[in-house]
Design a protein around this ligand. Structure first.
Ligand SMILES: [Zn+2]
Length: 501
């Protein structure tokens, strides 16, 4: 008689928040898939997609419970978290007693809710109670996540993204699934996880793993995995906008029972990371200087508005760059995007071809921005749906309008969506290559999307909930001293070991 295949409970709960976005997110921000609905992720570039492919390959039976994914936004509200957490744990509880051999939990790591600053830690603690002490739990995390002590006490293994801009979602899920395969099929494996926290927050171009100094350290972590010295290794930099007690950078190395190797390798990478903290900060142009220089550059230029990066949790309603360009009477063709539900609704009421007086932006984050009045023509209306160029995941910006006036073209969304690729421009009939100056509300994009054909990319230093100018944000919760909030912060390397079996 054939042996029954091991049963793997599969769950997902992912969001990244900015504590500096004044608008709280809600349960409604989450896209929920239940049970077999989760199979839509099969074959696509997500952690779950990659894990499911490996479970198929090794003959594990996935027990699909619930997937909850939200775009980046502000702190999750208290009622939002209560409902979300209740539904996630209810779905896990419904299967936890059905003979589960392992758990794969797909997470981001940078969640925070009103009243619960470590939602992932809470979910893992409760999941552990449901499945019992002996069932291995393996998670995936974004390198921007905040892996906490509470999480580490519950897990047996993990896999962390190794690329930024992120392209390795599915391969990270696959790495986690292989760790889980090892833990489920060989009970002699003794997961030994070493953690070294580094009191630093980082941002900027040096974090691009292909070209930056962070990438050279990540490649070392990757090598430890590939050569089998570590079951998992990664360097997490946290989301510097998620102001929670354990926000930090940290090196994680997990081995099979080899505490010495885990500790030494984690310490080594952390020691190499620390002196690079100065380089791993944003480098900026003032808005005035960027506009002045853009006038004299013949080819297209990019204005990176990292401070209003919706994919990191900002409001998307900053009009500071638009206003600066208008005030300076910048003469060439500008393409920009903004979140303003009232303006999008007004355009939909008026119809294509109408001219209307509206304000753009400045309604969601009034402490930083103010509404900008414009008289604009409605060029195009859409339902705001698109598919990310990178992950092929659906986007829904709600009713969307393309407004134009003078030399300006602005896509106006009703709600935030990730803008780290060109999907929302293309979906609204716009090709960035047709413009002279393109505003991108993301700290980085894949090279071919903009930089390959632009003459210059200005990282503009304007205020916002995800400004790379980290000391301007106003952290109040994360541990201090932390560089660069406290320039004199010191690093005293300490390793903490987690051994569950
Ligand atoms: Zn990330």
């Amino acid at each position: 008689m054939a042996r029954k295949p091991p049963r793997i409970l599969v769950a997902e709960c992912m969001q990244e928040i900015s504590s500096f976005n004044p608008l709280q997110s809600e349960y409604g921000n989450f896209h929920i898939e239940r049970g077999h609905e989760m199979l839509v992720q099969k074959g696509i570039n997500t952690g779950l997609g990659g894990a499911l492919a490996v479970f198929d390959e090794v003959g594990f039976e996935p027990v699909l419970t619930i997937s909850a994914r939200a775009g980046s936004a502000g702190l999750l509200s208290r009622p939002g978290w209560t409902r979300l957490m209740g539904e996630v744990l209810e779905a896990i509880a419904a299967e936890a007693g059905s003979g589960i051999d392992g758990v794969y939990f797909s997470m981001h790591g940078a969640m925070a809710a009103d009243g619960e600053l470590d939602p992932e830690g809470y979910l893992l603690t409760e999941t552990r109670k449901l499945v019992g002490p002996d069932v291995p739990i393996v998670i995936t995390l974004d390198l921007h996540g905040i892996l906490t002590d509470r999480m580490l006490r519950q897990i047996d293994g993990l896999a962390i993204y190794h690329t930024y801009p992120h392209v390795d979602f599915a391969s990270t899920g696959a790495r986690a699934a292989r760790v889980l395969h090892r833990l489920v099929t060989d009970t002699s494996v003794r997961p030994t996880i070493a953690r070294v926290t580094i009191p630093a927050l980082v941002r900027g171009d040096e974090l691009i793993t292909k070209s930056g100094c962070y990438g050279s350290l990540i490649r070392e972590a990757r090598r430890l995995e590939l050569e089998g010295m570590a079951m998992s290794a990664g360097i997490m930099i946290g989301n510097p906008f998620t102001d929670v007690p354990e926000l930090c950078c940290q090196v994680i190395v997990a081995t099979d029972g080899d505490a010495d190797t885990a500790q030494q390798q984690a310490l080594q990478l952390a020691r190499e990371f620390w002196p690079l903290r100065h380089r791993m900060q944003g480098k900026f142009s003032s808005l005035e200087r960027a506009i002045a220089q853009a006038r004299s550059i013949p080819g297209p230029v990019i204005f990176t508005d990292a401070a209003d990066a919706t994919s990191s949790g900002a409001t998307g309603d900053s009009n500071l760059i638009l206003r600066g360009l208008c005030d300076a009477r910048y003469p060439k063709k500008v393409l920009a995007q903004i979140v303003d539900p009232a303006a999008a609704a007004a355009a939909h009421r008026a119809g294509v071809g109408a001219t209307l007086d509206v304000t753009l932006g400045g309604a969601i984050d009034p402490a930083r921005f103010s509404p900008m009045p414009v008289t604009a023509k409605v060029r195009l209306l859409s339902d705001g749906r698109a598919r990310l160029e990178t992950m092929k995941i659906g986007l829904d910006a709600g009713p969307t309008a393309v407004l134009t006036w003078d030399n300006f073209t602005v896509v106006v969304f009703s709600q935030t969506v990730s803008l780290f690729d060109r999907a929302m421009y293309f979906a609204n009939g716009l090709n960035p290559k047709d413009f002279d100056l393109i505003v991108v509300k993301s700290p980085h994009t894949e090279h071919h999307m903009f930089e390959a054909w632009a003459d210059c990319n200005f990282n503009v230093d304007v205020p916002g909930a995800t400004s790379a100018n980290l000391p301007t944000l106003g952290h109040t919760i994360c541990a201090r001293p932390t560089y660069p909030l406290d320039p004199q912060a010191r690093f005293d390397p300490q390793v903490v070991l987690y051994e569950r079996r």
